[in-house]
Write a protein that binds this ligand. Sequence first.
Ligand code: XLS
Ligand code: NI
Ligand code: NI
Length: 435
Amino acid sequence: MPSGFFEGIEEIRFEGVDSDNPMAFRHYNPDEVVMGKRLEDHLRFAVAWWHSFAWEGGDPFGGPTFERPWHPQDDMGRARLKADIAFEMFELLGQPFFCWHDADIRPEQGNFADNLKTLEEITDYIGEKMQTSSTKLLWGTANMFSHRRWMSGASTNPDPDVFAFAAATVKSCLDATHKLGGENYVLWGGREGYETLLNTDLNTELDHMGRFLNMVVEYKHKIGFKGTILVEPKPQEPSKHQYDYDAATCVGFLRKYGLESEVKLNLEQGHAILAGHSFEHEIAVAAAEGMLGSIDMNRNDYQSGWDTDQFPNNTPEVALAYYYILKAGGFTTGGTNFDAKVRRQSLDAKDLVAAHIGGMDICARGLKAAAAMIEDGGLEDALSERYSGWNAPEAASMLNSSLEDISARVLQDNINPEPRSGRQEILENYVNRFV
Ligand code: XLS
Ligand code: NI
Ligand code: NI
């Protein structure tokens, strides 16, 4: 028996670009084949349990605006109802994946043993629902930032008891993710950072975080979890300085602690913007290191400069992100998780579904534009042309020579480089043909 929460909303279908039905896909046809692969298999969409079902609509100035049948979320019966309704939405949207934090799916009990018990109970319940559903778990993660115990960090906390609590928590979440067949496990360290150096021993905290992540990897192998371990960069919010600032910082951290072949990155559009980067920059940096894992798709409000976690609605932006994802070979275990929430005035079940329809459509549109650019080859040709000087034998061999030899050659051949156009506007105009 359906709960009635989505009453009046039918299964969302693809109707094509001419459709004016707001509750239909115009661009996302899961079965459409693009570059030899179905759109659904390229994009690997996921619903985020925290934004869609756990968030109650509060902001810093006001409390909850949503009054869902599963609120307040302090009871196991209502946790099960929340799961029922989540799966109803996955079904309506044809969502292939979902993601959760432990705190999104079970009520907070205040101590580890009770949290563990309810986590096991609710993940058994979710597991049963998955038996009759085609929606799978993209990733699980531990919320180690909301409860007051985490205020000074999880693995970077000065108190060893908090480190211990964090280790036990991640173990329980990795176990639950493994039990549900999760394809990845994410660590986002919102409190792994600091507010002021005056009370922070940065080196010790980084060493603890490095060792912690190594223990996670060791445990993953012990239990035979085949998924990918991902860390999610973000420069700040809630901490003033977060250790996983951006992709490049994470790459350096992973190499320092010997984790470069074990851990990949989960990159988020809004976090890239907060770090002063474009999303495609973050994707290209991770891809260059073979560390592109998965993405959290959303957008920020560009005026407020905050992580507003809105649904994406900008095709050119999304197209460039997928361009660099496709160039890197596309997703393997990763996917497109909507780490996005409706605005607090968007009270209706219909708003929640429509937000996902729009996000899925924009991503499909962006991916198709990206594929068209790849198939056309214009950007790739422009790149090869720009770097073609390096095909000459004397240029290539320079990289294996020395400053003295190069200097001698500059003098002997009277090398005097002639600047050439970077053609930025021409390339931007080219991209605009596809978006
Ligand atoms: C917060 C993060 C968070 C992670 C999962 O900004 O994006 O939602 O994705 O802990
Ligand atoms: Ni975020
Ligand atoms: Ni995220």
